[in-house]
Each structure stands twice: as structure tokens, then as C-alpha cells.
Design a protein around this ligand. Sequence first.
Ligand SMILES: C[S@@+](CC[C@H](N)C(=O)[O-])C[C@H]1O[C@@H](n2cnc3c(N)ncnc32)[C@H](O)[C@@H]1O
Length: 258
Amino acid sequence: MPLRSLVRRSLEGMPGGRRFVAAYRAWNGTNGPKPLPYYHPDALREEWRRGYGASEPFHQVLGSMGHEAWPPKMDRYMVLDGLLRSALALPGDLAECGVYKGGTARLIAGTRTASGVRKRLFLLDTFKGMPEPTAGLDSTWRAGDLGDVDIEEVKQFLVDLPDIVFLPGLFSDTLLQLAESKFCFVHVDADLYTSVRECCEFFWPRMVNGGVVVFDDYGFPNCPGAKKAIDEYFARIAEKPVYLPTAQAFAVKHSTNG
Ligand SMILES: C[S@@+](CC[C@H](N)C(=O)[O-])C[C@H]1O[C@@H](n2cnc3c(N)ncnc32)[C@H](O)[C@@H]1O
């Protein structure tokens, strides 16, 4: 079976997958055929895993993620791991906005701990599913999507990792508790226009020099709101994000003013 059909099949089997494929088809149809906006790691997974530079600690952390180590996200885990390591020696805390069941939170906390670094990791999510999407911008999402989560189970999943602070609720409420903090690394995996915009506006001024923000959803056709929020925010400032073929984007803070 051609790789493209395999990808379509595996995407359709995921939660929300049919909507994703429909959104991709609509996007693909509008301006003529395009390659998939990100490549599918399944076929190359083992080679990538073997070849990944800082392999041993990464594979141990990955192993501890259990069922949350989702194979189609393997390439994104590597990006996350590498960019996190690049920022761990800097001052400032860590945060993840969009935690769901704690998969990437476990990767971030595990890599941090395996590196012998003591820093707090703040985890922000409703832990009750997606908030209200913006009409016309986040059309593949519905309020309550990804609501099959229980914060107590997420806490249990991360129980062996120190210095984790859960901030349940809407970002618009919980971010206020971090107003005095500085950050060296932030993972934004929130999919929606308003949510990603709030993260850009809140975190960028609080990043230390050299600090890194990773956006999970920049290139996904089912997250056009996330792309728009990132494009709008970085159009206004000197630093520009780097867009990756994994669909992620990341930006490095080069100054401490704004
Ligand atoms: C794609 S999931 C995160 C996936 C997670 N990083 C992982 O590795 O599995 C997106 C999450 O963002 C959360 N979210 C989106 N917008 C939010 C907001 N404004 N406030 C709080 N949580 C939000 C949703 O509740 C959802 O759990």
C-alpha cells in the first residue's frame, strides 16, 4: 500500500482523525496538490531512534512514557528533547501549555531530571478538554474535545518526577499565577487561536535570553488558528520562529526586552 494511503488510514483511526483528514483534503484542494505538510515518522522510526545523538537518556525517558509515547509523534519528541536540552543550562523555569494526559509533560520532566537539573515545570490545562474554539478559525475543534482526561490520573502518571506544579483551568485564569516568573523553555501545544495567542503574549516577554518556545501545532492543517496566532505575534517583534518539517515551530529569545 502506498505510504500516503497508510498515513491516511492511521490518521483516520486516531481521535478526531476523520476531521483532520477532511481538513487536510480541503486545504490540499484549494491551491493544488501539495506534499503532506509534515512527514510521517513511522517508516523511519527505528533508524531515527538509533541515530538520535543523545540517545540513551532519551530512550529511557521515552520508555517511561509507556502508552503515551505515541509512535507518530516520535520525530516531534526528538525535537522537543533536543530544544529542551539546549535551554536547560539557562536560568528560569519550564512550562507546558496543553498537557492532556501528560505525554510530553513526562518527556520534558524526564529529560530535565535525567539531566540533573532542578527547575520547576508548570503544567497548564483545563484537564477537562478544549475550551470554546474561535468560530471560523478553529473549525476542526469543538469545546470538550480531548475531554477524556482525569487530572488525578495525570498526577499519578507523573508522580515519580519532582518539581511539577499543576495549574488546572483556562490559561486566561491560570497564567496570572506566573506573572513574576521567568522561563527558559516553554512548550505550547494548545491547538486553538486564542489559547496560542495568549501563550505568545504571556510567555515571550518572560523568556530569558536564549530561552526557547516550541509550538507543536504550527504546520497542522487542523490547527490553522495556532498558525495564525504565531504569525501575528512574531510579525510584531524582531525574533522570528523557525518552522520545522515536523509541523512544529520554535523561537529563541535574543534579547530581554519584549
Ligand atoms: C493536543 S492537547 C495536548 C497534548 C499533550 N501535549 C500531549 O503530549 O499529549 C491540547 C490541550 O490543550 C488544552 N487547552 C487548549 N486551550 C486551552 C486553554 N485556553 N486553557 C487551558 N487548556 C487549554 C486542552 O485542554 C488539551 O488538553
